[in-house]
Ligand binder design. Structure first.
Ligand code: 5GP
Ligand code: ZN
Length: 153
């Protein structure tokens, strides 16, 4: 079967309908909505949010999940994610302002609870390739417990 290879960026911007495509080496037929469902089923952090992949959970509510990074770069290193799939900061919209604020504020609360109040911490959101994002599900890093250098590499 002939298939069209196309890169679909899962965003809220209009996506052209495709009849067949290959995402991540797997063939997908159907609508852009199917593509979004495929990403949500396959996305690492969506799977962690659904409990399909274990994590060292720190906090959870209806909207947010916080868990320790699997490869900590500091004595304190955790991630705060929205449970809803959002690719990255560039995909945030005005309607997400409250959610985005909650992510930052929850990171602050948890960093305080993990002993970072006095000396502080770094709160980082990498975005797309230039920003060094490796997992395409919005997440905020909180790093603390040691002196961090600047500027980043
Ligand atoms: P990014 O480079 O996208 O800003 O950060 C992704 C982070 O996710 C990295 O710090 C990486 O160590 C972490 N990470 C990747 N896979 C997993 C995983 O399966 N579990 C946890 N807890 N963290 C992960
Ligand atoms: Zn996701």
């Amino acid at each position: 079967m002939t298939s069209l290879v196309i890169n679909i960026s899962i965003s809220r911007h209009p996506v052209t309908t495709v009849s067949a495509c290959v995402l991540g080496g797997r063939e997908l037929t159907g609508s852009p909505e199917d593509a979004i469902l495929w990403i949500m089923n396959d996305c690492l952090f969506c799977r962690i949010a659904r409990g399909e992949i274990p994590c060292k959970k720190i906090y959870e509510d209806e909207e947010l999940l916080a868990f320790h990074d699997i490869a900590p770069q500091a004595p304190v290193h955790f991630l705060v994610i929205p449970k809803r799939h959002i690719d990255n900061v560039m995909e945030l919209e005005a309607a997400d302002a409250s959610l985005a604020g909650r992510i930052l504020f929850k990171a602050q609360e948890l960093a305080v609870s993990l002993g970072c109040a006095e000396k502080g911490a770094r709160f980082v959101v990498n975005c797309k390739s230039d920003g060094g994002q490796s997992v395409n599900h919005l997440h905020l890093h909180a790093l603390g417990g040691r002196q961090l250098s600047w500027p980043p590499g």
